[in-house]
Design a protein around this ligand. Structure first.
Ligand SMILES: NC(=O)c1ccc[n+]([C@@H]2O[C@H](COP(=O)([O-])OP(=O)(O)OC[C@H]3O[C@@H](n4cnc5c(N)ncnc54)[C@H](OP(=O)(O)O)[C@@H]3O)[C@@H](O)[C@H]2O)c1
Length: 289
């Protein structure tokens, strides 16, 4: 029987691919989820259903620490792709405190490793998302459990938004859009997670096989959408004003605006892994206009 691996964030884009890759590699998966029903339905952005791939289900609520007690019992390892993206919660409560509670349980049960899906340059941004992720990665480095910290570039799932906006005729760049990104497919990241999970502690910056500037990404999105590119260029004044307005709209909107505007303004290129290409993926995204 394969080792038991606890997967947090199992219903997310990366989490779903990670569960399938672990199952395919002969591990048994204990999935921490809010809803088994949702987990067994197909995910967004072509991410797979978990039906038939999970040995053990745990229904958890990261706001109620008691629901995390002993989730690591008899488990060998933890993989966490837990984090707030589109959900209505504070990244501090989930990305930091949720992962911290899980790590404390992993330490109590002496698991061999804890692989954390972080984000490229979490040490740089001023958004609560970046601060919470960086804070947890620092805690993990100091744990007695071997911590593997994977820092990915943008996911195909997130970059789908460029295409969806281009189909509405909207596109923008921060500055001239010269910052670069090498987007990665969830399944390629999942294979990397399985490879690194059983090895030593470490930290890896990773991305997909193709490097795009954000301007090139926008141009590709408009080309696939079949529309002439119409890009709004946001200079430093416009990004500062947008951040100011977003901060006063709500903490959640402020955090998201800060996260995206800062991310679009810096290179996010990791070591290329995997073979899945962004362009055929974007061309396969159904047009639901
Ligand atoms: N998207 C990108 O381009 C990108 C790039 C680099 C790194 N990352 C990081 O990679 C990680 C995985 O990203 P992803 O795109 O796979 O995210 P995702 O699809 O939103 O999945 C996030 C997972 O965390 C869970 N979660 C979020 N908020 C929660 C809450 N309040 N209570 C309980 N569970 C909660 C979700 O559960 P539910 O399904 O129940 O909501 C889901 O299982 C995140 O930490 C993200 O910050 C993302």
């Amino acid at each position: 029987m394969g080792e038991m691996v606890v997967v947090a964030g199992a219903t997310g884009y990366v989490g779903r691919h990670a569960v399938l890759a672990l199952d395919a590699a002969g591990y048994r998966v204990r999935a921490l989820v809010r809803s088994r029903e949702r987990a067994e339905a197909p995910g967004a952005f072509d991410a797979p259903s978990l039906r038939g791939h999970v040995a053990d289900w745990c229904i958890v609520n990261y706001a109620e620490p008691s629901t995390l007690t002993d989730v690591c019992q008899d488990a060998a390892r933890v993989v966490s792709a837990l984090g707030v993206t589109r959900q209505k919660a504070s990244p501090w409560d989930i990305d930091f405190l949720g992962n911290l509670r899980l790590l404390e349980d992993a330490e109590r049960h002496s698991v061999a490793s804890f692989l954390y899906v972080n984000v490229l340059h979490s040490d740089y941004g001023t958004s609560l998302t970046m601060r919470a992720k960086h804070a947890f990665s620092q805690v993990l480095r100091r744990s007695e459990v071997a911590g593997q910290i994977v820092n990915p570039s943008g996911y195909f799932s997130d970059l789908t938004d460029f295409l969806l906006l281009a189909r509405k005729g909207i596109g923008f760049t921060v500055g001239a859009g010269e910052s670069k990104v090498n987007p990665i497919h969830g399944a390629d990241l999942a294979d990397f997670i399985v490879e690194k999970m059983a090895g030593p502690a470490g930290s890896w910056d990773v991305g997909g096989p193709d490097i795009f500037s954000y301007r090139e990404m926008e141009e590709l999105a408009f080309e696939i959408a079949g529309r002439p590119p119409r890009l709004i260029r946001l200079g430093p004044g416009a990004t500062a004003s947008l951040g100011w307005i977003a901060d006063r709209t709500s903490p959640r909107v402020g955090n998201l605006a800060r996260f995206f505007l800062e991310s679009l303004g810096v290179d996010a290129v990791g070591t290329p892994i995997g073979a899945r290409r962004l362009e055929p993926y974007l061309r396969s995204v159904p047009d639901q206009r």
